[in-house]
Design a binder for this molecule. Structure first.
Ligand SMILES: [Zn+2]
Length: 441
């Protein structure tokens, strides 16, 4: 059952809106979906699966060679005895031309379409019979409210419950709807998961202002997120490598937090992105020793350290806070499972726009377009994004200096009978494998 959930969520983009078959040698599973569960774990799973259109077929174990080979290749799938065998392409997914046409033929857009046929505007016109709108330099599809809601919901869930502004920025990369900004706020506002797991947006952006960077790979910040619940594979720490300019983050689960693991992680990062100019860390013994320093100096990288009193001056702290936020959202009961969500969280941080700068870390770092649930034809030009980011960074620091005098923030005042969420006291409970760090507030 877990294997079904795992594979189905992994292949979500390919499966949503399509009819498919799951073959398994686990006979009990074939009848499972016919049961009605009213509570507990199975109930939650059946809800998860309800959005997919599939059929489970029994196939005796000896015919399952293909699936077994696949499951043995990957550790996570070790216990999987399921193979998504056939993905039928008969039904079209959420991001198909057909779905778009339905949306643009809705009462909301029908008339606009008719008008555009006769006299197209410069900013809005028909292209291959679809309404297109020009916003700045991007060309987007105009959609109705219903379709807009579906897309935003998918974006929100697919990227670990990102905030409404991020949702909106991603939506606008490819689509436009008259009320899209309001819909984002509304949908994120009523999301149960978000309300329970998110706390107020942390703003420690002054951190970035104190450090001036002009380029990617000019300054990396590193740190360990330590003392996480030990996973079954023995992972306990998370090495965080952060490019301060691009805001690109690399998360590496490790068994130990020492110099050796740090150097391994850095080597891995260097082979992918080349050598940085400087690396910033705190004064922990695994960063502040001869072996670490010599490793860097050998490569002409300058090690720099934050002052002892102020660990917050390390920009990777910001990345760590973000990782923790996403972990609290994704983790439910067994906190030892944190490691399974790490790559997904890394993807969320890197592939969604930075709300202050509007730039996408992955694009700044690699020059490539980010991952989206839809296919995008749009090419993001690295150089263009890059100069934009530089300009915005400069403007930001100018604004900040002006803002400094007017520093006080308004507080929210609650009226009588307002509904509020009450914070739980977070505690670590090893018998339940729960850690205070990861508990929802
Ligand atoms: Zn949410």
């Amino acid at each position: 059952m877990l294997a079904v959930i795992f594979s189905v969520t992994k292949l979500r983009y390919f499966l949503l809106g399509k009819k498919f078959t799951i073959e398994t040698d686990h006979i009990a599973l074939t009848t499972m979906m016919e049961h009605k569960f009213t509570n507990g774990r199975l109930y939650r799973w059946s809800i998860l699966l309800a959005e997919y259109d599939f059929e489970i077929k029994y196939r005796p174990g000896k015919h399952m060679i293909a699936a077994d080979v696949i499951s043995r290749k990957n550790e996570v799938r070790k216990h999987s005895n399921v193979l998504i065998a056939h993905i039928h392409h008969k039904q079209k997914g959420l991001f198909s031309r057909e779905r778009l046409t339905i949306s643009q033929n809705s009462p909301e857009l029908k008339n606009i379409r008719k008008k555009l046929k006769e006299n197209p505007y410069k900013e809005m016109f028909l292209e291959e019979d679809l309404i297109r709108k020009r916003i700045g330099k991007t060309l987007v599809y105009v959609v109705d409210e219903q379709y807009c809601r579906e897309i935003i919901q998918l974006i929100h869930q697919d990227f670990n419950h990102i905030g409404s502004r991020k949702c909106w920025l991603i939506f606008r990369e490819e689509f436009f709807c008259k009320n899209d900004e309001r819909i984002c706020k509304e949908l994120v506002g009523i999301c149960q998961v978000c309300q329970q797991a998110k706390h107020r947006n942390f703003t420690n952006s002054n951190v970035d202002r104190s450090i001036r960077v002009q380029d990617r790979m000019e300054l990396l910040a590193i740190d360990f997120l330590s003392q996480l619940p030990r996973t079954t594979n023995g992972y306990r720490h998370l090495l965080v490598i952060y490019d301060v300019f691009a805001k690109y983050v690399r998360l590496i689960p490790t068994a130990r937090s020492d110099t050796e693991t740090t150097l391994n992680g850095l080597t891995q990062f260097f082979t992918e992105f080349g050598l940085p100019q400087k690396i910033l860390s705190d004064n922990a013994t695994y960063f502040n020793n001869d072996r670490y320093k010599n490793f860097l100096l050998d490569k002409h990288i300058k090690p720099i350290y934050t002052t002892i009193r102020n660990p917050r001056a390390n920009p990777s702290e910001r990345a760590i806070q973000e990782v923790l936020k996403y972990l609290r959202i994704t983790l439910t009961e067994d906190h030892r499972k944190w490691v399974k969500h790490i790559s997904e969280i890394e993807r969320t941080i890197n592939h969604t726009p930075n709300t202050e700068l509007g730039t996408i870390p992955y694009t700044i770092m690699t020059g490539k377009p980010p991952e989206r649930p839809w296919k995008t034809k749009r090419e993001i030009k690295y150089a263009e994004e890059y100069t934009k980011l530089r300009e915005r960074l400069q403007e930001k620091s100018r604004k900040w200096e002006m803002k400094q005098q007017d520093f006080r923030k308004k507080r929210k005042i609650y009226a009588l009978n307002d509904l509020v969420w009450v914070k739980n006291l977070r505690t670590t409970d090893t018998s339940k494998h729960q850690s205070a760090k990861l508990t929802k507030p």
